[in-house]
Design a protein around this ligand. Structure first.
Ligand SMILES: Cc1cc2nc3c(=O)[nH]c(=O)nc-3n(C[C@H](O)[C@H](O)[C@H](O)COP(=O)(O)O)c2cc1C
Length: 200
């Protein structure tokens, strides 16, 4: 059976338009990344659950797996000042790995109920304790009970399409370069040849 990969990738793209800033704490170390995999994982309004999927290549993956806690922040699209803060967070957390040095100390934070850092220059967040994980070979799907939440702003959530339009070209080029070993790692975990087409 052959799959129309263009059709499949078109069908699957853009399903989750809101990037989130994920932070965590493991022992005395804090870190975080940007993810497009955030979702709600319960229909029960008085007991909300959140889900994220993190690539095994990323340091934040190992830290959440170990500590069982994460915070998922939505970024603000407006006003302009808040959008600038959102882009700084996106560039700061999504542009390099915590393996290469601290990414969080330049941002305003406070500790959440789990001790994980809450990014204050965001729109809102949920803080979660992991209750289920699913090993997906290249990544892990985490489901967490929400144990803390706050809303800092009233504006719209930033969509990834808007963010890409505003991010500097050099940053995007660097992101694409960083993505190459991440994709190769994912293919290795899936038992696939490493030199397939470029992805995003
Ligand atoms: C828009 C965007 C979406 C991303 N989505 C994910 C994701 O869903 N899961 C993931 O593990 N990494 C995702 N990444 C990549 C990580 O944010 C990036 O590799 C980060 O540098 C990892 O940092 P760490 O090694 O400190 O954890 C995304 C990056 C961007 C910019």
């Amino acid at each position: 059976m052959s799959v129309d990969l263009d059709a499949a990738n078109y069908a699957l793209s853009g399903l989750r338009p809101f990037p989130v800033a994920v932070t965590t704490i493991d022992g005395d170390e804090v870190n975080g990344l940007i993810s497009l995999s955030a979702g709600a994982a319960s229909i029960v309004p008085e007991a909300p659950r959140a889900t994220i999927s993190l690539t095994k290549y990323n340091k934040t993956h190992d830290m959440v797996l170990n500590s069982g806690v994460f915070v998922m922040h939505l970024l603000a699209a407006a006003p302009e000042e808040a959008l600038e803060d959102s882009l700084e967070i996106l560039k700061g957390l999504g542009g390099s790995s915590g393996r290469d040095g601290d990414k969080l100390s330049r941002f305003r934070t406070k500790p959440g109920v789990t001790g994980a850092p809450i990014l204050l220059d965001t729109l809102c967040y949920v803080e979660a304790r992991v209750v289920k994980t699913l090993d997906m070979d290249e990544s892990t799907l985490f489901v967490g009970d929400v144990v803390g939440s706050e809303r800092f702003g009233t504006g719209e959530k930033l969509r990834v399409g808007e963010a890409w339009k505003r991010l500097p070209r050099e940053w995007i080029e660097q992101y694409d370069t960083n993505h190459v070993p991440q994709l190769a790692s994912a293919r290795r975990y899936r038992g696939l040849p490493e030199d397939g087409p470029a992805g995003h």
